[in-house]
Ligand binder design. Structure first.
Ligand code: AMP
Length: 288
C-alpha cells in the first residue's frame, strides 16, 4: 500500500492508471477506522482494480461548537487496517493541501433542510465540497458510502446527479456491533453506562419495523413508539426522530414506497445517529 499526502502526486498516478483502463474504487473517510469503514474498502476491493481510501478530518463539515479538534485520530493504526482490507493507495492530505484557495463556495439546496442538515448548519456544504474535490483528485469509477450516514448518501447522490460526476455511488448497509449498535468512530466517547444503553436506539428502530410490517402506517404513531422506548431506556437526549421518503427526504403522510426512519440522540459526549430504510409497496400494505 502506497501513502500520499500531495494532491498532484496521487492525481497523476491515478490518471495514468485510468488511461490504462484500470477501474478505480474510492472510499472517503475521516479515519479512526472500524469495521464499517473496512467493509466499504473490502467491497471496493471486490469490484475494482485499484482501491483508494482517503483519511481526512474535514474542517469544513464541523460547526464551531462541534468536535473537530477532539475527533479521534490514529493514522498509524489506520494504515495497518486499510492495508489489511486491501487498500492500494491511502491519501492523507493536510487541511492546507486541500484548502489552498477559496474562490468557490458550495451550498447544497436539497435534502438538507431536515435531520442532521437542519441541526448542523453548513455540514453538508462542507461534505459536498470535500467530496467534489476528492472525486476530482481520485477520479473513481465507483465510490463507496455507508448508509449509516443515509442523509450523506442522499446528498452525494444529488451532487453527482447535479454536477454530472462520472462516478457510480455504491450504498453500503450499516455495519453493527453484535448488540446492534451502529459502528462509529464516535462510540469511543460513550461512558460504560451509555455504551450499555446505546443499542436501544437500533432496537427501537427494529420495533418500528415490526409495527410497520404488522400494518401500522402512521408516521406519528411510529415516532412516538420510538421516542417512548428511548426515553424510558436511555439517559440520552433525543435530538430528532423523523421519517421521510428516501432518498428525496420529503415528508410523507403514510408509510409506503421507500422511506427512512432516522434518529439522533445526544449522550454526554457523543451524539449518535442511526436509521433504517424500509421499502413497502402498495401491495404489501393491502395484504396486512
Ligand atoms: P466517516 O469516517 O465517519 O466519515 O465515515 C466514512 C464512511 O464510512 C462514510 O461513508 C460512512 O457512512 C461509512 N461508515 C461509517 N460507519 C459505518 C458503519 N457502521 N457501517 C457502514 N458504513 C459506515
Amino acid at each position: 500500500m502506497q501513502k500520499y499526502t500531495k494532491i498532484s502526486a496521487i492525481q497523476e498516478i491515478l490518471l495514468s492508471e485510468k488511461r490504462k483502463g484500470k477501474k478505480i474504487g474510492f472510499v472517503p473517510t475521516m479515519g479512526f477506522l472500524h469495521e464499517g469503514h473496512l467493509t466499504l474498502a473490502e467491497r471496493a476491493r471486490q469490484e475494482n482494480d485499484i482501491v483508494v481510501m482517503s483519511i481526512f478530518v474535514n474542517p469544513l463539515q464541523f460547526g464551531p461548537n462541534e468536535d473537530f479538534e477532539s475527533y479521534p485520530r490514529d493514522p498509524e493504526r489506520d494504515a495497518g487496517l486499510a492495508q489489511s482490507a486491501g487498500v492500494d493507495m491511502l491519501f492523507l492530505p493536510e487541511a492546507e493541501e486541500m484548502y489552498s484557495g477559496s474562490s468557490i463556495k458550495m451550498h447544497v439546496t436539497e435534502r438538507t433542510d431536515v435531520l442532521c442538515g437542519s441541526r448542523r448548519e453548513g455540514h453538508f456544504d462542507g461534505v459536498a465540497t470535500v467530496v467534489s474535490k476528492l472525486f476530482n483528485i481520485a477520479g473513481p469509477d465507483n465510490a463507496y458510502f455507508g448508509l449509516k450516514d443515509a442523509q450523506q448518501v442522499a446528498v452525494i447522490e444529488g451532487l453527482v446527479n447535479d454536477l454530472n460526476f462520472p462516478v457510480n455511488i455504491v450504498r453500503v448497509p450499516t455495519v453493527r456491533e453484535e448488540d446492534g449498535l451502529a459502528k462509529s468512530s464516535r462510540n469511543v466517547y460513550l461512558s460504560e453506562a451509555e455504551r450499555e444503553e446505546a443499542p436501544v436506539l437500533y432496537r427501537s428502530l427494529m420495533d418500528a419495523e415490526t409495527f410497520i410490517s404488522e400494518g401500522e402506517s402512521n408516521p406519528e404513531t411510529i415516532i412516538s413508539h420510538i421516542q417512548n422506548r428511548i426515553t424510558a431506556e436511555t439517559s440520552g437526549e433525543i435530538d430528532y426522530i423523523e421519517i421521510y421518503s428516501f432518498p428525496e427526504l420529503k415528508e410523507i403522510r403514510e408509510l409506503h414506497g421507500e422511506f427512512i426512519i432516522a434518529l439522533a440522540v445526544k449522550f454526554q459526549k457523543a451524539r449518535l445517529i442511526d436509521n433504517i430504510i424500509i421499502k413497502r409497496t402498495q401491495e404489501e400494505k393491502q395484504n396486512v
